[in-house]
Design a protein around this ligand. Structure first.
Ligand code: LMR
Length: 335
């Protein structure tokens, strides 16, 4: 009788439409380009833990750090094709998606302090920009603010003229390009995974980034100077494939939404602390000299770079830029 019990249960299950086998978990691949020890690396692992818990194991998150699955540009293509389900790229890398509006956030000194950045990300203008991403098959789930960025190079960058003739790695985007050219340097787009070697071999002379990336990717070992310029910001968008997200059972999506929310709070707190600690560690390493700008030097940087704001009116429209100023609480400085 026992021999037939399993068969009998299977027939019953089949007859009543019940699954015979336990359902396989939904696998979500989360690819990113930074170290597991960087704020994004830590937040991706935190998200994995929460997401699996809140969905009672119905979702399994596979995290691929350090460009081990895809590099910068490839990961965006892979997301649109559905080969990967979650990414958290810098929004400065969105122009290959055909959404140029996100480049506006690279306007120099626009969101260079925390309060302007938080105000911008919470503003209704983000809904407008989010719709542009949705139209490309990409759904933004959250924005993760990795703080203000600094410059590194093998030359001390104190005055704007110090950039003259340097080859600088940039993340991408027309604004980034214009900023670098305005400083008299030569911009070169490189994927994050190629930066260390490019700095080491002299393919480029410098770059700009958050201190936590400079520390965890060891850029400070191959750069003699770091300037705390805080001229711009590194913001990530946690993005997913729109069709994939919409296909998830509502209760699973609910669990994931909760995990997204809590990971965002975790990320923002971690980033602020990690960047402050990283700057101290870079200083303590003795390998890179850290420079802080005086009031006069900072004013000279702002005076040099404000023309990029005017130049970019042709790209984004004056009205759009003014709405961004209003949304972020930015007042163009009188120079
Ligand atoms: C960079 O390319 O420098 C950064 O966007 C990398 C990252 O994701 O923090």
């Amino acid at each position: 009788m026992k021999r037939y019990a399993g068969l009998f249960a299977a027939i019953l299950a089949f007859a009543f439409g019940m699954p015979v086998l336990a359902q396989a978990p939904i696998v979500i691949k989360f690819s990113h380009v930074v170290s597991p020890d960087a704020p994004k690396g830590k937040a991706s692992l935190y998200f994995k833990q929460l997401a699996e818990k809140y969905t009672n194991g119905r979702v399994q998150i596979e995290v691929y750090p350090n460009s081990s699955l895809y590099k910068d540009k490839e990961e965006l293509e892979a997301l649109q094709l559905g080969s990967v389900q979650l990414l958290a790229p810098s929004i400065s890398k969105f122009s290959p998606l055909g959404v140029k509006e996100f480049d506006v956030f690279d306007l120099p000194f626009l969101m260079s302090d925390d309060s302007h950045a938080r105000q911008m990300m919470a503003s209704p203008m983000m809904d407008e920009l989010n719709k542009k991403l949705e139209a490309k098959g990409v759904s933004p789930l959250a924005y993760w603010d990795n703080g203000a960025i600094v410059y590194t190079a093998n030359r001390a960058l104190i005055w704007p003229d110090d950039f003259r003739g340097l080859k600088m790695r940039i993340q991408g985007g027309k604004v980034y390009d214009a900023v670098t050219r305005e400083l008299g340097a030569l911009p070169q787009i490189l994927p994050f995974s190629a930066v260390y070697q490019a700095l080491q071999t002299g393919v480029v002379d410098g770059e700009d980034n958050v201190p936590s990336n400079i520390l965890t990717q060891k850029f400070y070992e191959v750069q003699k100077h770091l300037t705390v310029s805080y001229h711009s910001r590194l913001t990530y968008a946690l993005i997913t494939n729109k069709t994939f997200w919409a296909s998830l059972p509502p209760d699973v999506r609910e669990g994931l939404d909760r995990a997204v929310k809590e990971s965002t709070t975790f990320f923002n707190a971690t980033a602020a602390k990690d960047n402050a600690d990283a700057l101290e560690k870079v200083k303590a390493s003795g390998k890179t000299e850290v420079h802080y700008l005086s009031e006069a030097e900072r004013k000279a940087w702002i005076a040099k770079l404000m023309p990029v704001h005017t130049e970019m009116q042709a790209r984004f429209g004056k009205e759009f830029i003014e709405r961004i100023y209003k949304a972020s609480g930015f007042t163009p400085p009188q120079t």
